[in-house]
Design a protein around this ligand. Structure first.
Ligand SMILES: Cc1cc2nc3c(=O)[nH]c(=O)nc-3n(C[C@H](O)[C@H](O)[C@H](O)COP(=O)(O)OP(=O)(O)OC[C@H]3O[C@@H](n4cnc5c(N)ncnc54)[C@H](O)[C@@H]3O)c2cc1C
Length: 413
C-alpha cells in the first residue's frame, strides 16, 4: 500500500469510527503483521526491526502523534492512549534509536520545510536510525559546558555552500552504533559562550572522520557508545535553527526526551506488573501480607503512571511542548522501575539473581537483567537530581540552582 492511499484510508476510518473500533482495527493490524520472534543475531535483529517499522509506516500505523504531512497519524488524545496500550500489549518491536521521541518533535517545531521533507519520513519509516549526541566527558548535567567545536568555512551562516568542520568527543550515546544520523550539539560560539554559543547539527554517522565505539554496560550488552569527530565536514544546510541558537531547541528536545514513551512505559509496566503478580501467585508468595502490600503499592503507582502519561500527552497536544511536568513523569517512572525490579529480586530470593544462561534461572533471568538495566534509569535523560531541580524550580517556583560556572556569590542562572 502506498503512503498516500493509506493516509486517505486511515483518515476516513478515523473520522467515522469510535475509539473502541479503532482499538479493534489496530489490534487486528498488529496481530496480522506481527513480526514474530526477535532474532538473536544483532544484524538480523536490526533488519527485523527495520522491516517492522516499514510495515507500520506503509500500513498507516506509524507516528500516532505526528502530523499527517510527515507520514504520521495525528491522532486525537484518546486514540493516542489507545494506540500506546495496544502497542505495548502486542509485544511488537519499539522505535529504533532515539530520533522518534526526541529529534522529531524538535524538527517538527524548528526545521525548515525543506529539512522536514528530507528527514522526517525516512526517520519514521525506520529507513534512517537517529542517535543523540549531546553528552560529553565533561558535560552531562551541565550541558552548556560542551566543547565539541564546529568551525564554519566557505560562506556565511546561511550560505548553502557553507560547511562546518566538527572536532570533539561525545559519550553515552544510545544506539549510536546503529545510527545513520547523529543529532548533535556543537560549539559554534567562543569557548566560554555556554548556552549562547551552541548550534544543533545533524551529522551523517557514516561521514569520514566519525568514529563510533560501543560501551559495555552492567547488563553485559552495549546500549550506548562514545563518538569521536575528527575534522568531520557537515553542510550548513544540516543545521537546525540559527547558528548559536541551539539552546531553545535543546530545551524542546530534553522535554520530549523525558516525555517520550511516558504513556508507552505506563502500558508496558501494566503488563510487567501483571506478570510479576502472576509469578508471585505461582510461587505461593501472595500468602504473605507484606508481599500483597508491596504489590498493592505498585498497582497504585502503575495507575498514577498511566494518568501522568495521559497528562503529558494532553500537554503536548495543547501546548506543543511537554513542559516541566515531563520531569515529574520521568522521575516517577524511573523510580518505579528500579523499585519494581528490586522487589522482584527480593521475591525470588537466590534464584532471582541467576543469569539467562543458568538452567535454574527464573524466566531466563529477565528480572535480574531488568534490575541491572534500570540502575542507569536515574541517570539517562537527566539524572534524578536534575529532574528534582527542574520540578523544584520550574513547577514549585523554589530558588534556582547556582550555575556551576559562576563564582559562588549566590548568583543564579
Ligand atoms: C542509559 C543512559 C543512556 C544515555 N543516553 C544518552 C544519549 O543517547 N545521548 C547523550 O548525549 N547522552 C546520553 N546519556 C548521558 C546522560 O544524559 C548523562 O549521563 C547525564 O546527563 C548525566 O551526566 P554525567 O554522566 O556527565 O554526570 P554528571 O553531570 O557529572 O553528574 C554526576 C552526579 O552529580 C549530580 N549533579 C550534577 N549536577 C547537579 C546539580 N546541579 N544538582 C544536583 N546534583 C547534580 C548528578 O545528579 C550525578 O549524580 C545517557 C546516559 C545513560 C545512563
Amino acid at each position: 500500500m502506498t503512503g498516500a492511499t493509506t493516509e486517505t484510508a486511515t483518515e476516513t476510518a478515523t473520522e467515522t469510527e469510535t475509539d473502541e473500533q479503532f482499538r479493534t482495527r489496530l489490534r487486528a493490524f498488529l496481530t496480522e503483521h506481527h513480526p514474530g520472534r526477535r532474532p538473536k543475531d544483532p544484524a538480523e535483529r536490526l533488519a527485523w526491526q527495520k522491516r517492522w517499522l516499514a510495515t507500520l509506516y506503509d500500513g498507516g500505523y506509524a507516528g500516532p502523534g505526528w502530523p499527517r504531512a510527515y507520514g504520521g497519524m495525528d491522532l486525537p488524545f484518546a486514540r493516542q492512549v489507545v494506540y500506546q496500550e495496544e502497542y505495548a500489549r502486542a509485544r511488537v518491536p519499539g522505535p529504533l534509536g532515539t530520533g522518534l521521541g526526541i529529534a522529531a518533535p524538535t524538527l517538527i517545531r524548528y526545521a525548515t520545510p525543506e529539512q522536514k521533507d528530507r528527514f522526517l519520513r525516512p526517520m519514521l519509516r525506520g529507513d534512517t536510525v537517529w542517535a543523540q549526541g549531546y553528552s560529553e566527558p565533561e558535560a552531562g548535567s551541565d550541558l552548556p559546558a560542551l566543547r565539541t567545536t564546529a568551525r564554519r568555512e566557505n560562506g556565511g551562516a546561511d550560505d548553502p555552500r557553507a560547511e562546518y568542520v566538527v572536532n570533539g568527543q561525545k559519550v553515552w550515546n544510545s544506539s549510536a552504533d546503529i545510527a545513520d544520523v547523529l543529532f548533535t550539539l556543537v560549539r559554534t560560539g567562543p569557548p566560554d559562550s555556554r548556552q549562547d554559543g551552541i548550534s544543533y547539527l545533524l551529522i551523517d554517522a557514516h561521514a569520514p572522520g566519525v568514529t563510533v565505539r560501543p560501551l559495555r554496560d552492567l547488563t553485559g550488552d552495549a546500549h550506548f557508545c562514545e563518538i569521536f569527530f575528527d575534522d568531520v565536514r557537515v553542510p550548513a544546510a544540516d543545521r537546525i535553527g540559527a547558528e548559536n541558537g541551539g539552546w531553545p531547541l535543546v530545551r524542546t528536545s530534553l522535554g520530549h526526551e523525558r516525555a517520550a514513551g511516558a504513556m508507552n512505559q505506563a502500558a508496558l509496566y501494566r503488563r510487567v506488573l501483571d506478570e510479576l503478580i502472576e509469578l508471585a501467585h505461582e510461587r505461593g508468595a501472595t500468602a504473605d501480607p507484606s508481599v500483597c502490600d508491596r504489590l498493592a503499592d505498585f498497582e497504585i503507582r502503575v495507575t498514577v503512571m498511566r494518568l501522568t502519561g495521559m497528562r503529558t500527552i494532553a500537554d503536548i497536544i495543547a501546548k506543543g511542548e511537554p513542559g516541566p511536568a515531563s520531569s515529574t513523569a520521568r522521575l516517577f517512572i524511573v523510580t518505579f522501575e528500579q523499585e519494581l525490579h528490586e522487589f522482584a529480586l527480593e521475591l525470588l530470593g537466590p534464584y532471582g539473581i541467576l543469569g539467562r544462561r543458568d538452567p535454574h534461572a527464573v524466566q531466563r533471568g529477565r528480572w535480574v537483567w531488568g534490575f541491572l538495566r534500570t540502575r542507569a534509569s536515574t541517570i539517562g535523560a537527566g539524572t534524578a537530581e536534575i529532574q528534582r531541580n527542574t520540578i523544584a524550580e520550574r513547577i514549585l517556583g523554589l530558588p534556582r540552582d547556582p550555575d556551576p560556572a559562576l563564582p559562588a556569590t549566590g548568583s543564579t542562572r
